[in-house]
Each structure stands twice: as C-alpha cells, then as structure tokens.
Design a protein around this ligand. Structure first.
Ligand SMILES: [Zn+2]
Length: 222
C-alpha cells in the first residue's frame, strides 16, 4: 500500500472515530508501521477529526522525525507495543468514555479486563490487559507495556484509555471499536448477572477461528 494511501486512511479513520465521539478534543492518536521500518504518526495536539495527510509525523526506523509535524507526546505507548508485538502494523489509542470507565472499576481483572460477552470481542480483540495509572508522559508506562511481553494486542491504561495493536490500520480501528462497545455492554449489564459465553462456546471459537486467547480463554475470573 502506498504511503499516500496510508496517510489518507489515517485521516479518514481518525475523522470517523472523532465524529462518533470516541475520543474528544485533541486526545487520541494513531500510528502505522511502514515497509522501511519507519512510522506515520498523528501530530501532537492534533484532533483526530481534523488531520492533514501532509502534516502527519513521518519517523524513520530509529524514531527520528524526518517530515511533517512533531508526533504525539504519547509515542512511548506506540513504541513499546510495537516492540513487543512484532506483527503489529498499526496502533490506535483513544480516550473513549466506556473503556476509560471500565478501567476504574474495582473488580477488573488486570489480565482479562472484560468478560467473554460476545464472540466478536474474542475474535477482534481477544483479551485486554490493564496497566495501572501513570501521569501523562511518564516513561514508566512504556515499561509496564513491555512487561506484558506482547501477550496482549489490547492494553487498557487505567484512568486514561485503550491502546490497541492490529495487523493493519483497519484491524486496529475495528478492534478498538469492539473494545469500546464491549465496555459499554459491560457497564449496561453490570450487577445484572448476565450470561457470558460458556467455556465450551469459547473453546469452539478458539478452534474454529484459531484464536490466541492464552489461559484467559479457558478461565475468565469474572
Ligand atoms: Zn492518551
């Protein structure tokens, strides 16, 4: 895929996420890994709703800015997740309300933030880890993501928001949307004793769709 097409896609998906209220103001950021090992990243203080394809930050493989505006200050989130998820082609980070709300609940299991509510959550996201709160810009958050050793494509930062990797930009966006919708369902159903997918139904999904759900696929503690 040409770099020009990737630039347009970042702006198109960014606008779509912003217009649906999935990340307010100038919050949220998107990155895509390019064939030369460099990345395109949304600029610092830029609203995802009003991105200019020509002004996206272009970094080389060493992370040096070689074109466009300076990248988001949250670049350590992206760098640490790419480092541990070699197959990741794109990363989306949002301040989406329902996922942020779930990140503050006392019962959340840091190794399986959401229970197996729907097949599409397991198929698109798989499982989500919770990383504790860090002050914005604190480099320790990158160490916390590295500490997950690439076992999770989706990481929820407590009191902040989700960071989701995907094989492509479209996959990362769709997974982030699924995480937000599943968070919304969880909040709607909280304390209503909903039926989750059974271990048999989860095993069937794992087998049919070759899902990598690790131990959590078998043993959700919710
Ligand atoms: Zn953020």
């Amino acid at each position: 895929m040409s770099e020009a097409k990737i630039r347009d896609d970042i702006c198109r998906f960014g606008r779509s996420l912003f217009e649906r209220g999935l990340t307010p103001g100038s919050s949220g950021n998107i990155s895509v890994r390019l064939d030369d090992g460099g990345w395109l990243v949304t600029p610092t203080n830029a609203s995802l709703g009003f991105l200019d394809p020509a002004r996206l930050a272009r970094l080389d493989a060493s992370g040096t800015l070689i074109g466009g505006d300076p990248p988001t200050k949250e670049i350590p989130l992206h760098a640490s997740l790419y480092e541990t998820r070699r197959e990741a082609g794109a990363i989306v980070h949002l301040h989406s309300a329902h996922a942020v709300a779930v990140s503050m609940l006392p019962e959340v299991d840091p190794r399986a933030v959401l229970p197996p509510l729907t097949a599409y959550y397991l198929m698109r996201v798989g499982r989500t880890a919770l990383v504790p709160y860090y002050r914005p810009g604190d480099p320790a958050v990158a160490d916390a993501i590295r500490g997950l050793a690439g076992r999770y494509s989706a990481v929820l930062l407590a009191n902040h928001g989700p960071v989701v990797a995907g094989a492509s930009l479209e996959a990362a966006v769709f997974a982030t949307e699924e995480l937000e919708e599943t968070s919304r369902l969880y909040l709607l159903l909280r304390n209503l004793n909903p039926r989750y997918l059974t271990p048999e139904q989860i095993a069937d999904l794992q087998k049919t769709f070759k899902l990598d759900l690790g131990d959590e696929g078998e043993a959700h503690s919710h």
